[in-house]
Design a protein. Sequence first.
Length: 239
Amino acid sequence: MIGPLSVLDDRSRYAVALEQTGTTRGEAVRERLETVFAHSGVPDAMLMDHGVPWWNTAAPSGWTRFLVWLMKQGIRCHFSAIRHPQTQGKVERFHQSLERARTRRSRQQEWLTQNWLDDFRQEYNWIRPHEALDMQTPASLWQPSPKKYQPNPSGWEYGSCVEVRRLSVDGDLCLGNQRWKVSLSLAGEPVRLERVDQRILVYYCNTLVRDLDLATQRSTAVDRWTRPTTCKASPDNTL
């Protein structure tokens, strides 16, 4: 059984979306998120699990074209630790509330309808107070993101004060005579380099995607929450 797509605001626990897509295909999820972004704005960052459509176990880097689409919106994308649900504790708590509401229904399948999910989301956001919010409702604390959704974003502007390189058609970064594997999903895309001692941090748009260790010659995918160094700060709206 495929559960609904849920999008939860990190600060207020406001359920920005609770959609019954009926599928995990990237096209269907993207369509729903486009509506969410157009209505609620684009978050600065998103944290997700290693499931479809965010992650592809068959890809060397794991990233999907859908994930790259999120990055192009300027969203910093991060993944929770594998087999560590505490990383997404607020989401797990939300799903527990959703499951308890489902089990109270006499007909087990009725909760899958969009009308039922809409009613639950209305109660969760606007009516029921939350102990973790000092008995306030998520709706009383939530604010839309000021970042507007761009259906066709122009090329990402890294600025003039940074080092930018373009990846090869194989998604590799060429530095001198050495090639570093970054991601095939980012083939031909420009990335920003940040040199720190014997390491090079590789950013795509606002997301830190690779950590190159020149001393050990190791290339490591990065999933941790790291704010990039930029020339201009922006407000923090996180999902």
